[in-house]
Structures are given as structure tokens and as C-alpha cells.
Design a protein around this ligand. Sequence first.
Ligand code: ATP
Ligand code: ATP
Ligand code: MG
Ligand code: MG
Lengths: 228, 228
Amino acid sequence: LVQVRRLSKTYGEGEAAVTVLRALDLDIDAGRIVALCGPSGSGKSTLLNIIGCLDRPTSGTYHLAGQDMSALDRTAQAAARLTYLGFIFQSFHLLPDITALENVMLPLQYAGIPLAERRARAESMLARVELTDRMHHRPNQLSGGQKQRVAIARACVSRPRLLLADEPTGALDTRTGRAVLDLLEEIHAEEALTIVIVTHDNSVAAWAHQRIDLRDGRIVSSPPDAHV
Amino acid sequence: LVQVRRLSKTYGEGEAAVTVLRALDLDIDAGRIVALCGPSGSGKSTLLNIIGCLDRPTSGTYHLAGQDMSALDRTAQAAARLTYLGFIFQSFHLLPDITALENVMLPLQYAGIPLAERRARAESMLARVELTDRMHHRPNQLSGGQKQRVAIARACVSRPRLLLADEPTGALDTRTGRAVLDLLEEIHAEEALTIVIVTHDNSVAAWAHQRIDLRDGRIVSSPPDAHV
Ligand SMILES: Nc1ncnc2c1ncn2[C@@H]1O[C@H](COP(=O)(O)OP(=O)(O)OP(=O)(O)O)[C@@H](O)[C@H]1O
Ligand SMILES: Nc1ncnc2c1ncn2[C@@H]1O[C@H](COP(=O)(O)OP(=O)(O)OP(=O)(O)O)[C@@H](O)[C@H]1O
Ligand SMILES: [Mg+2]
Ligand SMILES: [Mg+2]
């Protein structure tokens, strides 16, 4: 499903250039749950953003379901994100002026789903992350872990084919984090969802099917082709 | 050092009222390291903000070093925060248009410290959180864990008497998180710094002198007077 070849990413130029990803190769089969681990600053979010079509590599190729994503223009990339991808951001990126429920309903609006069904599906997803009693709060009326769960619900509600999760349990206590993993596992079982989950938590990495380690922009500890 | 009596906090009014803290009692001796734990949404950040003079209780009292903080006006509260308190926010709150180094220098500027010394102390603190090679980056050029470390350096550089840390290792890998705890332990040893650290990480709670558990706005698992 995901095929990355000789992927590199450099910020800045000349003396100020910072190379963050270094000619990475990576293959992820459909339906796999892959944990992406590594030290702070090693390039995990950068790699996830490129896979999620939120950023472009400096060089190398990225194919999603056989399609060369670097060949797409911005409009086509945005369409791919809407129909195919779900993204849970490390800093959540909720819309501040609408409620948790309205935030979760938003991806379904772009998909043209009628109001009653949008509301029902969003309420159901918020119940699954245990936020029913906070769904009419706006983000600044929510705790850190509550905002994280809204971001999780929003990413899952549109039933994506590929879910990209950047440290989705980072702000959660153990029990709530486990409830989130249970939710992801249920959706995975229902739909053979492919999941790439960046995490610092070894128990989350152990929960995944396979673990990939990143260090200084290189994959260091997985099978020779990094085929998972 | 910290004395909280019958502290309550309620947001909203009437039907929309949400009671987040419920008549809490808490005593923290100077020089102690206290871990504050509890489920997502239990009131940890709210309690920390009140202790840090960033918010006011709905009822009850809070004394810091014998002084009734609820009796202070906004200006006096701001002065207390500058001279006495260091705060590491759950969402960092770095100034986006200046570099990491400039962010860390900022508290010293308010203290009237000359430029050369501000720079030297900020560079030293950034080195202790392993960010020397990123100190001229702005926050949007930093990873999640790098931003967290800038927030940590900024809170420590002014040598506060009371450090309030809201999940300071949440975005960090195990090794970097351990380096942060080592830094806090060194400063604590140098100056008998009092630390209240909100955390979901049991190894961080174990590192502290004492652990307090919060559940639905009440302290549930510590000695009868919650005296630590
Ligand atoms: N402005 C507000 N209006 C209404 N409710 C609020 C407001 N701010 C916070 N809350 C509620 O207060 C409760 C406690 O929030 P707090 O941020 O203290 O939790 P927390 O223990 O820090 O959680 P986490 O571990 O998720 O960070 C939450 O249930 C939240 O929804
Ligand atoms: N716009 C930018 N300009 C320069 N360097 C950048 C920029 N954005 C990110 N970086 C650098 O890229 C590196 C990788 O960042 P990335 O966010 O991918 O790390 P990460 O593995 O997700 O870290 P964390 O675990 O701390 O979230 C970091 O060292 C960061 O300083
Ligand atoms: Mg990251
Ligand atoms: Mg919190």
C-alpha cells in the first residue's frame, strides 16, 4: 500500500541546510499496523507528513496504492487526503471556534454526507473515545488528553484506508490510552485499516504488528527491505 | 511552601456548570518533588494553573510561602510568577516568531539581567536539554519533543523556587525523558527546588519523592492530610 524509495528531506539551503530524512526505503502492506519509533528529532513526524501528503520530499519517490503521489498537484493531493487518509496530529490542530462534535463532523461534510448521518457517526465515534459528556465543549474548554481524543475521533470518523497517527496516546493516561488502542484495533478488524503510528511508548509499539526504528533520518532496526 | 484548603473550581454556570476541582486540601513542603497523577480530564492542569497563579479558584484558599495568593491583584500575581515560579505548559506556549534561544532568554530579560549573561545562561540550559544544534531554530522548525525541551529550558533558566511541570516528558523518547529528569534532579540538588510534576508516566511518578492521585477533581490516594 505504501512504497517509499530513496526518500530524502532537507530544510533550508547552503550552510543552514538540515537533512532530516536520508534516502529512506520503506514498504507497508495493506492491513498492517506499523509502529514508527525513534528519538526526539529523528524525523518521525516529517516522514509521516510526507506519507500523509502534507509535505513533499526533497528527492525520492512515494507511491500510495500504486499511485505516484509526488506527481500529483496540490488539488489532487488534497483530494487524496480527504478520501483516503486519516491523520492524527502531534499537536491535534482542532478548529478552535467550533465544538468537539462539530470538529469530528467536519470530514464527513467534505464527503457530502447528510447532516443527520454526520451527527450520528460523530457522536458514535466520540462515545468510543469516552467524550460524550464533553462533545459540546470547544477545544479551549478541554483537557490535553480530551483534545487528543477529539483528534482521534475526527481522523477515524471518515473510515480512511490509511490512518497516520503521530503519538496518539502521548497525552493520555494508561487506561484511556488502552481504550484508544482498542478502538483502533476494532476499526482495523472491521475494515483492514492500515495504520502507521508514531510512538515513544514501548507498550504501543508492542501492540503493533511490527516496529520500525528511525535514527537521524535513517531506518535502523527492521528487516532488510523494511518490508512490513 | 504550597498550602491549598478547600479549593474548588467550576467552569460555566447553571446547567452548563462543570465542577472540575472539589474542595481539595493539599500541603507541599519546600524542596519536595511531587508527582500529580490521574486520568485524562481529572483536573491536573487546572490545579497546576491555580498553584501557578495563572487561574483563580472558584472558592477555597491557596497560600504560597505563607502569602494568600487569592488576595493578590493581577499585577502582584504576575510579579509572583516572574520571580518565584517556573511553568512548563502541556502545550509549551513558545513565542513563535523568535528562536529557541531567544525564547529561553526571555524570563531573564524581565529580571533585568544583562545581555551577555542572559545569552550564556540560556545557551547553557539548552545544552543541558541537548538542543545546542537547534537553538537558532524557531518553534515551527522544531519537532514536538524539541519544543517541549525549549519549554523546559525556559522554565528552569530563571532558577525558580517552585517549578510546575505539566507532563514535561510527554513528547520525549525514554532516553531524552531520562535526561530531562536528570536535569531537574541536578537543579533540585543545587537549590532545593520544589517541583510539582503532572505525569501519566509511572516511571516519572516513581522518580518523584511522593505521588498524589487525582480523580474527578478529588485527591484520592495519598496520606490523610495529603501532606507531602
Ligand atoms: N474553560 C472550560 N470550560 C469548561 N470545562 C473546562 C474548561 N477547561 C477545562 N475544562 C474541563 O475541566 C476538566 C479538567 O481539565 P484539566 O485540563 O485540568 O484535566 P487534566 O487532568 O489536565 O487532563 P489531561 O490529562 O487530559 O491533560 C476537563 O474535563 C475539561 O473538560
Ligand atoms: N521547518 C524546518 N526547518 C528546519 N528544520 C526542521 C524544520 N522542521 C523540522 N525540522 C527538524 O527536523 C528534525 C525532525 O523533526 P521531526 O518533527 O520529524 O522529529 P520527530 O522524530 O517527530 O521528533 P519528536 O519525537 O520530538 O516529535 C528535527 O531535528 C527538527 O529540528
Ligand atoms: Mg514528532
Ligand atoms: Mg492536562
